[in-house]
Design a protein around this ligand. Structure first.
Ligand SMILES: Nc1ncnc2c1ncn2[C@@H]1O[C@H](COP(=O)(O)OP(=O)(O)OP(=O)(O)O)[C@@H](O)[C@H]1O
Ligand SMILES: [Mg+2]
Length: 370
């Protein structure tokens, strides 16, 4: 409530409680106290027109919108001339009500709360669309890269095998140097093959009818994800794996690989490069008491303050410079995990690192026949 009169404050609160609202409020009368209050979440802002000698409703409105607040803003004034009212509405106020006609306030509040909820829902749907777009395009990109690399790779393997055969017993290679070279080339090529295979895992369309699609060896998926994240991790931390040999889970290999890849890249990005011996990223599997498979991804990185931690699963929330982060990684993780009936949670404190846990249900054992 942006209001300079304690009497009007009482009057308004009394009216609101009479019509059935249970109000928690804060009264502010300066720009700085308004900014302060806007750090918290409010359902509605009620503003006097002339809050103070140099502070009016349009000023308050500007401050609210600058702070990124989409909270409905209702001008509630004793005397508001036609012109002032128009000015306030033009500035983006949602409504104005005269203090002498408080009966109208309830209708205004109810309508504004409804509209705000609808706006919120539309925003959520838009975000979801973008998230699924990004999922689809990552998949398509990975699939086409994998496809393009596969053909030359096949030729490479065939030719190296041919060379290797010919070198067997080749007199010009009595110290075996040529054979060694070819062997190294073959092992590098096999490494490439694994990487391309991993890309395939990422991009396999999750809707493709695969009979085994519902059963995933999660530790296998973690091997793939850690291999793919290795170039991010290498210079920043040691990578430790602690696998308990957990049962297969219900899920989708390619989408789960995306989840853990996102978590591992985030973990790496939370650690400054250069002290890889002092830092650790730990990937573990275990079972919880409810019978769920628990995958832990911990890092010794920067950790998060509570206000950051509260928003990390929101689409587009990022603390990274643009170009580094889009803020979609965890929104995607959250969507994938919950769509599988699982859960994802986080523990973190500034300076104490971060642990994400992904909880998934094992595939139900088949009922014994008979
Ligand atoms: N392991 C972590 N340690 C510290 N902060 C983290 C960690 N994981 C996530 N965060 C915080 O959560 C924010 C959101 O993460 P998210 O993965 O959704 O987006 P991003 O990494 O910023 O961008 P994108 O993943 O789209 O490239 C990050 O910007 C960062 O502030
Ligand atoms: Mg990320």
């Amino acid at each position: 409530m942006a209001e300079d009169s304690p009497e009007d404050e009482t009057l308004i609160l009394r009216h609101l409680s009479r019509v059935g609202y249970d109000v928690q409020h804060e009264r502010v009368e300066t720009p700085s106290s308004l900014r302060d209050a806007l750090r918290r979440n409010w359902d509605i802002i009620l503003s006097d027109f002339a809050i103070g000698p140099h502070f009016t409703a349009p000023d308050a409105l500007e401050i609210a919108r600058e702070a990124g607040s989409d909270t409905p803003f209702i001008v509630l004034s004793g005397t508001i001339g036609e012109e002032a009212a128009v000015q306030a509405m033009k500035g983006g106020a949602n409504d104005y009500v005269l203090k002498g006609n408080l009966a109208r306030l309830q209708t205004a509040i109810e309508r504004e709360l409804r509209d705000a909820a609808a706006r919120q829902e539309r925003r959520r749907m838009r975000e979801q669309l973008v998230v699924s777009d990004r999922l689809a395009s990552i998949g398509m990109l990975a699939a086409s890269v994998a496809h393009e690399i596969n053909n030359p790779l096949t030729a490479l393997v065939a030719n190296l095998e041919f060379l290797s055969d010919r070198l067997d017993g080749f007199a010009g290679d009595d110290d075996g140097e040529l054979a060694d070279g070819v062997r190294d080339a073959m092992s590098a090529t096999n490494h490439l093959r694994r990487i391309v295979g991993d890309l395939g895992v990422l991009s396999r369309p999750s809707t493709a009818p695969r009979p085994e699609a519902a059963t995933v060896d999660i530790e296998n998926v973690l091997e793939t994800a850690t291999r793919m994240a290795w170039h991010e991790v290498r210079l920043r931390a040691r990578l430790t794996k602690e696998f308990a040999g957990v049962p297969p889970v219900e899920g989708d290999e390619s989408r789960l690989a995306q989840v853990f890849l996102n978590l591992l890249v985030n973990a790496a990005q939370a650690i400054e490069p250069g002290a890889s011996e002092e830092n650790e990223i730990r990937v573990s599997t275990s079972m919880d008491r409810a019978g769920r498979v628990v995958v832990g991804v911990s890092d010794t990185g920067s950790g998060m303050a509570p206000d950051v931690r509260d928003r990390i699963f929101d689409a587009f929330y990022t603390t990274k410079p643009s170009g580094v982060g889009t803020g979609l990684g965890l929104a995607i993780c959250h969507r994938i995990v919950t769509s599988l009936g699982g859960a994802i949670d986080v523990q973190s404190a500034v300076g104490a690192g971060t642990t994400f846990r992904v909880l998934l249900w094992p595939t139900r054992p088949l009922e014994a026949a008979g």
